[in-house]
Design a protein around this ligand. Structure first.
Ligand SMILES: Cc1cc2nc3c(=O)[nH]c(=O)nc-3n(C[C@H](O)[C@H](O)[C@H](O)COP(=O)(O)OP(=O)(O)OC[C@H]3O[C@@H](n4cnc5c(N)ncnc54)[C@H](O)[C@@H]3O)c2cc1C
Ligand SMILES: *[C@@H]1O[C@H](CO)[C@@H](O)[C@H](O)[C@H]1NC(C)=O
Length: 597
């Protein structure tokens, strides 16, 4: 029955994809007919007439990228009626599909995903064509918060205390918690009185309404294995919990829905332009000041000026790209692609991500937020981090890549057809109930890089995460797999018949099934990222040679230019990264407000 429902959803997807992404082309060179735009659903979103070659005019603040951090920042800055704000977004508007949490994985096959692939990986992604992992990113109003899995997870107290002690005053846990709270409106059963949750912020955080039998069994089994029940956003992160989701009444609550939609009709000082691609910053080289942005919209080039500041919120891949296209980056890379150097900074020199291994078990079912139901935060024997900081997270997901019969999930992950056929196809054909554990390592030693291959702003940046180049990262996942197997053997999961899917991963057949070496091979083959790329515009004091932005998020050595998104996160957090993006947007708005008033 559950499989049948998923099948219907994938048929529905086929139909929905034919609906234009809410962003029809109103025709070049003529002012948009507001009625026509309204019919297409964007009349109130795009409230700037932009159809001329003249400069777009000037605003106090120009924000590039309407993602998680960018929407938050633009909404907060425009609360001041004296300030005008211009928000530029490369993608279009969300449609009904974005709002259905179960559809999350399918969004990766749509135009709402930039669709990046990693450079070929030597030590990972062996199950993908050319060893290239898929690196999705949201390209729509709401950014990645509109296509992600909606898990709400802030991070460990020690993450932020670590940022602060690395020379970033203002970023300790005690100092960032108020910004997490400011954004949150929680509806979480049993946490009504918790000092760690707010009930009146813009972003809705809820329990997932649908919980499978498996989710309950897993929570009990994890407790039987010694993991306490916890609120992973509360006092102690370690333990097991039902997932907290960024949904409102069961629908996705993206940054756009939470921050922009409720105000867009009243805020006449906030102008948003969709389907507009920023191509470079306008910089006065003598003073190293940013004074605007050049952008492409419907095949035409425009310039928009910023009287106070330009703020890049284009995400962990595109913010560094825009800096480099504008002459701010590593001198050797800029020289190689012929971009005149404005200011040398280690943009893109570091990139961290969270790697994951999918581990299949048989039993039961369906889902709400793309199938994610429970999270368990735990320590493994080899851990060197403090006892209050988890090393591994088990994400329990109802179903697997087989749940949509190979139509979107396997393609989203860029798995080779052979992997799908050998591992998953039969599950789909037999409609066997099954579930997946994603095992995620928080603090990888592998460090990746991002650079530009040429100066064409429409080309992809080159992204090489260098997954598993540090072999110890594989060992952490191996220990995580062992703990997941131990939990699956606990009475609560045994009583519903959970067992391991004994189907060797293609390429690892020669190794004894479930031996350590077998798991190491499968980790390097079924490598799966949870898309938490950070640090490409790393925050740190001017004395830190790896830092791109200051603790005030100003680009070092430049004026009137900040980066406000997940690219500033200096080290991989003990968390998924969306909640932090909202926090960064809120905190940046406060810093900018106090600087200019
Ligand atoms: C598939 C997937 C699932 C995930 N699941 C979770 C999860 O469950 N929980 C969680 O916490 N995190 C999750 N994450 C990560 C999290 O969603 C992101 O880290 C976070 O949303 C990033 O926020 P941001 O503001 O830094 O950037 P984004 O939200 O990516 O925003 C950047 C915006 O800038 C726009 N842009 C980029 N370049 C340009 C340009 N040149 N001109 C104009 N606009 C531009 C983009 O289109 C985009 O809208 C997931 C990520 C992915 C990809
Ligand atoms: C809750 O959110 C609102 C709106 O952002 C904010 O004004 C309030 O201070 C927050 N409350 C707490 C306890 O942080």
């Amino acid at each position: 029955m559950e499989n049948l429902l998923l099948l219907l959803m994938s048929v529905l997807l086929g139909l929905l994809l034919k609906i234009p992404n809410g962003n029809g082309d109103p025709g070049r060179g003529r002012a948009p007919d507001l009625e026509e735009l309204r019919r297409l659903g964007i009349g109130n979103v795009v409230n700037v007439p932009l159809y001329s070659d003249a400069p777009l005019g000037s605003y106090d603040f120009v924000v590039v990228g309407a993602g998680a951090a960018g929407c938050t920042l633009a909404a907060r800055l425009s609360e001041n009626p004296q300030w005008s704000v211009f928000l530029i977004e490369a993608g279009g508007v969300e449609n009904i599909m974005h709002q259905v949490p179960l559809m999350a994985p399918s969004l990766q096959t749509t135009a709402s995903n930039w669709g990046y692939l990693s450079q070929p990986q030597r030590h990972a992604c062996r199950g993908m064509p050319d060893n290239r992992c898929s690196l999705p990113r949201g390209k729509v109003l709401g950014g990645t918060s509109s296509i992600n899995y909606m898990i709400y997870n802030r991070g460990n107290r020690r993450d932020f205390d670590g940022w602060a002690s690395a020379g970033n005053p203002g970023w300790s846990y005690a100092e960032v918690l108020p910004y997490f709270l400011r954004s949150e409106s929680a509806q979480l059963q049993g946490l009504e009185q918790s000092p760690y949750h707010n009930h009146s912020g813009p972003l809705s955080v809820e329990d997932v309404r649908y919980r499978s039998r498996l989710a309950h069994a897993h929570v009990r089994a994890a407790q039987e294995a010694g993991h306490p029940r916890t609120d992973y956003n509360g006092e102690s992160q370690l333990g097991v919990s039902y997932v907290q989701a960024t949904t409102l009444k069961g629908r996705r609550h993206s940054a756009f829905r939470a921050y922009i939609e409720p105000i867009r009709k009243q805020r006449r000082n906030l102008h948003i332009l969709t389907l507009a691609r920023a191509t470079r910053l306008l910089i006065d080289e003598a003073t190293k000041s940013a004074y605007g942005v050049e952008l492409l919209h419907q095949g035409r080039r425009h310039r928009v000026r910023a009287r106070k500041e330009v703020i890049l919120s284009a995400g962990a891949f595109n913010s560094p790209q825009l800096l480099m296209l504008s002459g701010i980056g590593p001198a050797d890379n800029l020289k190689a692609i012929g971009v005149p150097l404005v200011h040398a900074l280690p943009v893109g020199k570091r990139l961290y991500d969270h790697m994951t291994f999918c581990w299949g078990g048989r039993n039961t079912f369906l889902s709400s937020i793309g199938g994610v139901e429970t999270l368990t935060f735990l320590k493994v024997p080899r851990a060197r981090t403090p006892s209050t900081q988890p090393d591994i997270e088990l994400v329990q997901v109802a179903g697997s890549l087989a749940s949509d019969e190979g139509t979107a999930l396997a393609k989203g992950a860029n798995f080779r057809q052979e992997i799908y056929d050998k591992m998953y196809k039969e599950l789909a054909l037999r409609q066997q109930d099954h579930f997946t554990f994603l095992i995620m390592h928080f603090a990888p030693a592998s460090v990746g890089r991002l650079w530009l291959h040429n100066r064409n702003p429409l080309e992809w940046p080159r992204i090489d995460p260098k997954y598993f180049s540090a072999p110890e990262d594989v060992e952490y996942l191996l220990e995580g797999i062992k703990e997941a197997i131990r939990i699956s053997k606990m009475p609560a999961l045994q009583s519903i018949g959970a067992r391991l899917l004994e189907r060797p991963v293609p390429g690892c057949e020669s190794l004894a099934f479930a031996s350590d070496d077998y798991w190491r091979c499968s980790i390097r083959t079924l490598s799966y990222t949870l898309h938490h790329q950070v640090a490409t515009c790393r925050m740190g004091p001017a004395s830190d040679p790896t830092a791109v932005v200051s603790p005030q998020l100003r680009v070092h050595g430049m004026r009137r230019l900040r980066v406000v998104d997940t690219s500033i996160i200096p080290v991989p957090p003990t968390a998924h990264t969306n909640a932090a993006a909202f926090m960064i947007g809120e905190k940046a708005a406060d810093m900018i407000r106090s600087d200019w008033s």
